[in-house]
Design a protein around this ligand. Structure first.
Ligand code: 5GP
Length: 192
């Protein structure tokens, strides 16, 4: 695949992506990581169980609640939040290590976590991914068949809060075409 910007030396950056579930955020993150060898994903800790082919320390650090809250007590998280009934947190040590190595750190986290990252790293770029429409979002959620009807309802109930917080993000991008969205995000970060 063509890498439009090659391996330009650049200062480390923090790129935070949030979106309602079904907006295509995971696919966008994967494409950004594939196309930009200087990007690394911030691997969060979570109390939820692995899904499908997910592996520990790749998608997440899967922790029992007890261990998760021991880390909260030890102040090991930059931020943590409850999302859809499970806890998720960004580990300070792993983010700092990636920044020290000069990587651009990509965060795939919820809107509350994103705004908390910004408080501690004001230089972080916050991008909210919007689905083309509510109908399209529902269609995508149903199509992926990973959530029950009740879980889909729970995700939809979170939408008003997510759109409200999105107003405080640096950018909002409508994901109606995957590649255009990815290129747009790359241009935003390369411009800084
Ligand atoms: P999933 O369980 O589908 O992987 O993720 C559920 C939600 O939790 C997604 O919106 C994801 O972005 C968010 N999330 C993942 N890691 C973190 C984290 O470290 N902190 C926060 N606040 N949210 C996270």
């Amino acid at each position: 695949m063509l890498r439009p910007y090659g391996l330009l030396p650049m200062t480390p950056k923090l790129l935070v992506l949030s979106a309602p579930s079904g907006a295509g955020k995971s696919t966008i993150c994967n494409m950004l990581l594939e196309r930009n060898p200087d990007f690394r994903l911030s691997i969060s800790a979570t109390t939820r169980a692995p899904r499908g082919s997910e592996r520990n320390a790749v998608e997440y650090f899967f922790l029992p609640e007890e261990e998760f809250f021991a880390k909260v007590e030890n102040n090991e998280f930059i931020e943590y939040a409850e999302v859809h009934g499970h806890y998720y947190g960004t580990l300070k040590a792993s983010v700092e290590a990636l920044l020290r190595q000069g990587f651009t750190v990509l965060f795939d986290i919820d809107v509350i976590g994103a705004l908390n990252i910004k408080k501690q790293y004001p230089e972080a770029i916050l991008i909210f991914i919007r689905p083309p429409s509510q109908e399209e979002l529902i269609r995508r959620l149903k199509n992926r068949k990973t959530e029950s009807e009740a879980q889909i309802q729970k995700r939809l109930e979170r939408l008003p809060m997510e759109y409200e917080k999105a107003d405080y993000f640096d950018y909002q991008v409508v994901n109606d075409d995957l590649l255009s969205t990815v290129v747009f995000i790359e241009q935003l970060i390369r411009k800084r």
